[in-house]
Design a protein around this ligand. Structure first.
Ligand code: HEC
Ligand code: HEC
Length: 292
């Protein structure tokens, strides 16, 4: 669906005045609504766990952890309850440094670590601008988000690929292009083992094991979900899967054995990935060192 929408925008923008701005917004639409899956946290759901389309991005999940209780807030351009009064530079800083603007409520206070700024700092400048342009283009929705409570200082675990950074020249290699997409998609935030609340990216990359409680409002008795091992290990991981099987798990939420994957795996978003992006993601996953 998104792919079709983007194709139309790109064609239109070639002819239209302000072509560059429109292309930027279309690129942001693609990133936000596929690989970056911002709405997976920031959009509200109805009682059945379905997205409410006309309330998109107006505030979503609440995370109650030992370090903080924080709700993914309203990121629509609403001036009162969203980010309508933030400058582009302030939005960029929130995304890649995880720090709020120096005005308004909670001025200058860091965002809870669940907001994946440690991954987003890998964004190429043009992709960061594209995300900001898209956020500015979405429908403003009035919705007050609950005020967060912080119980410990914010600590973001540095993600090695994001710290090293990317530039476009590296993308001649499908594996590095895939690594970029997996980084900005923060796949490894969920899929890396936690030890005492720290993501062990160096020794546990892709090993899985993190447990996610069933979503609020899910039918009673819904079991927790546990992030899978997506390393190249042929037994514990996905090393023995075909490209098509890995692609189906990512975009359709169906495991190799036909089992339906549970949330928070964001396959509904990844369904809109271009075939080229999906192929490069798979190429990178094949290089993740095997772990049992
Ligand atoms: C894993 C869940 C998650 C994902 C994915 C996520 N966010 Fe967030 N985001 C949060 C939470 C939670 C907060 C609030 C943290 C706090 O209050 O300390 C937040 C805060 C923000 C803020 C600051 C808003 C404010 O009013 O303080 C912005 C802007 C933002 N996110 C944008 C985005 C964008 C754009 C994306 C996708 C590129 C995204 N987020 C992806 C969870 C997420
Ligand atoms: C918000 C957390 C989260 C994010 C982000 C996430 N996943 Fe997942 N993923 C999960 C969980 C949880 C499962 C297991 C669900 C289940 O077993 O029902 C899963 C399952 C999978 C599986 C199936 C493995 C198997 O053995 O069945 C693959 C492959 C996968 N994820 C790849 C990815 C990739 C690639 C990305 C990034 C583009 C990604 N995931 C992002 C949480 C996440």
């Amino acid at each position: 669906m998104f792919r079709i929408a983007i194709a139309c925008c790109v064609v239109l923008s070639v002819a239209a005045h302000g072509a560059k701005a429109e292309t930027l917004t279309a690129r942001g639409d693609y990133l936000v609504n596929t690989i970056m899956a911002c709405g997976n946290c920031h959009s509200p759901r109805d009682g059945e766990g379905r997205m409410i389309p006309d309330k998109a991005f107006s505030g979503g999940l609440t995370f109650d952890t030992p370090a903080f209780v924080a709700t993914a807030p309203n990121i629509t351009p609403d001036a009162e309850t969203g980010i309508g009064r933030w400058s582009d530079a302030e939005i960029r800083r929130a995304l890649i440094d995880g720090v709020r603007p120096d005005h308004g409520h909670l001025a200058g206070v860091p965002l809870a670590a669940i907001m994946p700024a440690n991954f987003y700092r890998a964004l190429l400048p043009e992709d960061l601008d594209a995300v900001v342009a898209y956020l500015r283009s979405i429908k403003p929705v009035r919705n007050e988000s609950p005020v967060p409570v912080y119980k410990a200082p914010v600590r973001r675990d540095p993600y090695p690929d994001a710290e090293a950074g990317f530039d476009k020249k590296m993308f001649a290699d499908p594996v590095r292009r895939g690594a970029y997409l997996v980084t900005v998609g923060h796949c490894m935030e969920c899929h890396t083992a936690w030890s005492r609340g720290v993501s062990d990216f160096r020794n546990g990359l892709g090993r899985g094991g993190r447990t996610f409680p069933a979503r609020e409002g899910a039918p009673a008795g819904t079991p927790d979900s546990v992030a899978a091992n997506i390393t190249s290990d042929p037994a514990a991981g996905i090393g023995a899967w075909s490209d098509a099987e890995i692609g189906r798990a990512i975009t359709e939420g169906i495991s190799r054995d036909g089992r339906r994957l549970k949330p928070p795996m964001a396959y509904a978003y990844y369904a809109g990935l271009t075939p080229a992006d999906l192929a490069d993601i798979v190429a990178y996953l094949r290089t993740v060192p095997p772990l049992q």
